[in-house]
Design a protein around this ligand. Sequence first.
Ligand code: PDD
Length: 296
Amino acid sequence: MTIYLNGQYLPIEEARISVLDRGFIFGDGVYEVIPVYSRRPFRPAAHLQRLQHSLDGILLANPLSLAAWTAIFERLIALCETEDQYLYLHITRGVAPRDHPFPDPPVPPTVFVMANPLLMPPASLVASGVAAITAPDNRWLRCDIKAISLLPNVLLRQMSVDAGCSETILFRSESLTSNAFLTEEAFLTEGSASNIFVFKNGVLAAPPKDHLMLPGITYDVILEIAEANAIPYQIRKIAVAEVFAADELLLTSSTREVQAITHLDGKPIGTANPGPLFQKIHTLYQKFKREVMRAQ
Ligand code: PDD
C-alpha cells in the first residue's frame, strides 16, 4: 500500500516519523476520515471544511491548499485496490524537542494521508441492528475538534467491545460523576465514534452540533434526507429517559453509514428490531449516495 507522508508517496512499510513527533508525544494533531464511493470522495468540501475547523481549534495552519489536498486524494484513490475506500488524513504540529508549548519558531507539520478499502456494514447487520451500552461522557469540552488524541474514545469504545456490543452511547450532566451519569438531568451527546439520533412518535431528534460532539458529515446527510422526505426533526438537548423510551435509535458515521440500535444496556429499544424509520432512512441514504456519485 502506498501512502502520502510529508510530500512523498511511499510504501507504507517504508514510511517513518520521528519519535519526537508531537503527534506521538502529545497527541498534538487532528484528523479526518472521508468515505470514497466508486473512487470518488463523498462530500470532500464538507470534510475539508471540518478539517479547517479542527486546525483552527488547535491553532495550526492548514499545511496544504485545496488543490494540493485534491491531488493527493486523486493519486491515493487511484492506487487503492477497491472501488469503495476511505481517506484518512492526519496532521500533527511536527517534530520538536519535547516541551508542551508550541515550537517557536514553528516547525513543519507532519502530514500523513492514506486510502484504505471501505468495508460496508454486512447486510446481516443492517437487518438485525446492533446493541449498544451507555457510559458517562468523560471527554474534554472541545469534542467538536477531530483531535488525534482519542484515548477517551478508545477506552469508551472498548467498553462496548468487552460487553459484546457495537457502540458506547455517551451522556453528560452538569454535575457529572463517574457512577451517577444516568440521572434525570443527563443528556445525550454522541457515540464513542458516531452520532446518535432518537426517533419517537414520528419525530426524529438529534443533539445540537456544539462543543460537546463531533459535527458529523453523515449527521448532516441524515438531516438533509429527513428534510427532503418530510420526516419531521428537531435539534435539541435529549434527556437520557428519551433515549431509552425511543421507538428507534440510529447511529451514523462515515465508515458505518446508518445503523439501527436495537438494544441499549441489554434493554430493548422499541420492538428490538430495526424499525420503519431506519428502513426508510437506510434506503434513502443508499439512493442519495448513488445519485450524488452519478452527479459528480
Ligand atoms: N469517526 N462522533 C465521533 C466521536 C466520531 O469519531 C465520528 C466519526 C462521528 C461521525 O462523524 P462522520 O459522520 O463525519 O464520520 C461522530 C470516524 C469515522 C473515525 O474516527 O474513524
